[in-house]
Design a protein around this ligand. Structure first.
Ligand code: DAH
Length: 343
């Protein structure tokens, strides 16, 4: 038997790939291998030699088999290892910069005021933008022919249907919905419409936020305290609020509300925000008119209320120093990103 075991073991040891090893397996252990041929000769030997001869071949076979198995494990490990190295992710590479969207300034401002009011126990309400004259005017104490209708140049659709000129009709709707049961504590952000020529400070469509509280023992000081909290959260902890008497048909008394200037604190005579007055007008407000309470189903001798209404565009423009209202309606993400910090 001239089987050179050492040569086989060396060839196995030198195999570089699993494929090469597989070929050696066929060559050394397959049907046409030297070992198989040698084994097939067993029958030709004298009987007394057969067992020893067979055993000898089997020992070699086992040795070759286990050398191949060991080499296979080694090559497989090497393959996995080199794959891992090749497929390694370089986590130090900078990622792709996918640019993200941004909240629009108006929505961010609405969200901010909404958070403040929700925190004070108010409920957020909605009302239709195509509104009835009844809610927009009549139930707000502005009957047909009332001169106050001229204050709001309104888009009429029919005689009794219009694009709401204010969010105040949602006051009337909320009162009717409450069915005479107090308290009501609601606010309503939304779009309103007026026949205005668009320019840097006017828009035929803009945004308001209405607030309404109705209960027993509600007084003007509740209104002032509430507006102070809102103003300080929006414009800074040191802000003061002042009332100037005014007129709205749905409130009596009515006030216009100013906040002390957050830009100069009243110290800069040429401040562009407060025009040197130290005060900035931010909203209209007042005690709910008895007629409005009555029409809404509340007895004015038992219940009182306060209401306020603000223009969101004005607040946003003041806060972010935006001088053209049209920027707020721009679809250009750079406008929003310029003013809002990424969240
Ligand atoms: N609706 C008024 C307007 O559009 C704003 C307003 C003023 C709302 C006083 C109120 C209020 O609720 O009490 O000019």
């Amino acid at each position: 038997m001239d089987i050179n075991k050492e040569t086989m073991l060396t060839e196995i040891e030198n195999a570089k790939t699993l494929n090469e090893l597989n070929e050696l397996k066929i060559k050394f252990l397959g049907k046409k291998s030297e070992l198989a041929i040698a084994m097939s000769k067993t029958g030709t030997l004298p009987v007394e030699e057969r067992a020893a001869y067979g055993a000898k071949i089997n020992v070699i076979r086992k040795e070759i088999t286990s050398a191949i198995d060991a080499k296979q494990i080694k090559l497989e490990e090497e393959e996995v290892h080199s794959k891992l190295i090749k497929e390694k992710v370089d986590i130090s590479l900078p990622g792709y910069n996918y640019s993200q969207g941004s909240k629009a300034i108006l929505n961010a401002t609405i969200d901010e005021i909404t958070d403040i009011l929700i925190g004070m126990g108010y409920e957020c309400k909605e009302g239709p933008e195509v509104e009835q004259d009844l809610y927009n005017f009549e139930m707000m104490n502005v009957p047909k022919g009332h001169p106050a209708r001229d204050m709001q140049d309104t888009f009429y659709i029919t005689e009794n249907l219009l694009l709401r000129s204010q969010t105040s009709p949602v006051q009337a709707r909320s009162m009717l919905e409450a069915n005479g049961v107090a308290p009501i504590k609601m606010f309503c952000p939304g779009k309103v419409f007026r026949r205005d020529d668009d320019d840097a400070t006017h828009s035929h469509q803009f945004t308001q936020m209405e607030g309404l509280v109705i209960d027993k023992h509600i007084s003007m000081s509740d209104l002032k305290g509430t507006l102070e909290v809102i103003a300080r959260k929006m414009f800074g902890a040191k802000r003061e609020v002042r009332f100037r008497s005014s007129y709205f048909p749905f409130t009596e008394p009515s006030v216009e509300v100013d906040v002390s200037c957050f830009a100069c604190g009243g110290k800069n005579a040429s401040c562009s925000i407060c025009k040197g007055t130290g005060w900035i007008e931010i909203l209209g407000a007042g005690m709910v008119h008895p007629n409005v309470l009555k029409m809404g189903g509340f007895d004015p001798s038992v219940y009182q209320g306060f209401a306020f209404g603000m223009g969101i565009e004005r607040i946003a423009m003041l806060r972010y120093g935006i001088d053209d209202i049209r920027n707020l309606y721009s679809n250009d993400i750079r406008v929003a990103k310029q003013f809002l910090k990424e969240e």
